[in-house]
Design a protein around this ligand. Sequence first.
Ligand SMILES: Nc1ncnc2c1ncn2[C@@H]1O[C@H](COP(=O)(O)OP(=O)(O)OP(=O)(O)O)[C@@H](O)[C@H]1O
Length: 241
Amino acid sequence: MNNENPVVFIQNVSKSYGKQQVLKNVNLEIIPGEIFGLLGPSGAGKTTIVKQLAGLETPTQGENYIFSEKMPRLDLMNRIGYMAQSDALYGELTAKENLDFFASLYGLKGKEKQQRMKDVMEIVSLTEHFDKLVFNYSGGMKRRLSLAISLLHKPGLLILDEPTVGIDPVLRKGIWAAFKDLKDNGTTIIVTTHVMDEAEKCDRLGMIRDGQLIAVGSPEELKQQTSAANIEDAFLAYGGA
Ligand SMILES: Nc1ncnc2c1ncn2[C@@H]1O[C@H](COP(=O)(O)OP(=O)(O)OP(=O)(O)O)[C@@H](O)[C@H]1O
């Protein structure tokens, strides 16, 4: 931990939908410039956490702070990039038109907008598909376009819900290289995943099961503390079965 204020501060957060409690007293700090992974099985509560951080949901109890401001806050939206689990794209438009639409929403204009659209398409290796209708994109291409859109306004905090689902290993490697570059430029990144080799690439991980954070630490720390050979075994040792 360093002395800077955390980018994300989750304080005693619980969430219920009707009678079902899906988050149970979650406490977490995410520090500037780290890649933080939320790891857990389907239904554990990962999406619920990141939706709250993106300002799309509110907790039943507790508070979420981003850049020291209590969420949700509309004026923080231009400092946060959010990529949802399902792609929110316009199929009848080209990739370029989709980018143009979202870039305008973020207030980008003129040459800067055009340049930024090119840059983000390059990051996700879609440059040659700029003018293709999104309807004709594959699932993995749509994921990459969604990622490109989340990067348009150079957010300080990037929140990515299963960003690499449906993306082949070669492109996945490229995307993780892009995450490292963004991190090196000071971006803080949160990714949800249940892919173990991705979890290994995070600076720190939060293991979540049944709405509870059961362990937080670097992949090395988590393995050492449980004498596990890999993250999957560490997860099991913390009770993540
Ligand atoms: N709007 C909602 N109304 C009712 N229940 C919900 C709602 N959103 C989420 N849930 C429930 O909350 C629990 C946690 O869901 P969540 O989507 O956060 O899990 P997850 O860890 O992201 O899973 P996955 O990896 O499958 O996306 C699940 O039991 C889910 O059914």
